[in-house]
Write a new protein. Structure first.
Length: 178
């Protein structure tokens, strides 16, 4: 049986041996507890005016790895936790490539405004949208044909390189124990 183990001290995105998630076989993905900012399973999001139990709620996205200025956001992000956390950290070449390609997608997201139906469906009513919302909004734009297509190819290539670097290390780093 394979068990997930959270190795002490290995919760940071920036260390060359600990980024990303690894695919060991179809259907099994391994993630650090801190989360992988650009993984396809990352469901980070933000939203205002969510109704539940007779009250309105807001969700703040604390996991944005860029500043508003870097990605051309129209308004301030409520949290800069991830930017502050990452400040001064050294990134591997592969992780830096993922960040660079991810930033290009964030910029593409903020370059246009989505149609009302997409904005409603994805709850795009805050500047501090999450990676899930950005991916889905860009995909909807691509499918609509009403926007200049946004390619995910550079991002997918960078993410694949990072994943391939990490796959052989999941046991060595203690992410999994047999």
């Amino acid at each position: 049986m394979i068990k997930y183990i959270a190795p002490p001290g290995l919760r940071d995105l920036y260390l060359p041996r600990t980024q990303g998630s690894a695919s060991l076989h179809p259907g099994l993905r391994v993630h650090r507890p801190f989360g992988t900012k650009f993984n396809g399973s990352n469901l980070t999001a933000s939203a205002n005016d969510l109704e539940w139990n007779g009250k309105k709620w807001s969700i703040v996205n604390h996991f944005i790895p860029f500043t508003e200025e870097e990605v051309g956001a129209p308004d301030r992000f409520e949290s800069d936790f991830m930017v502050q956390y990452m400040r001064g950290k050294k990134f591997s070449k592969e992780a830096a490539s993922v960040l660079q390609a991810g930033k290009a997608l964030w910029k593409a997201y903020f370059a246009d405004t989505d149609v009302h139906t997409v904005r409603d469906e994805l709850k795009l009513n805050r500047a501090d949208v999450g990676w899930y919302q950005i991916r889905r909004a860009l995909q909807a734009r691509n499918e609509s044909g009403d926007f200049t297509p946004v390619s995910f190819a550079a991002f997918e290539s960078a993410y694949k390189s990072l994943t391939e670097k990490l796959q052989p290390m999941v046991y060595e780093l203690g992410f999994l124990k047999a």
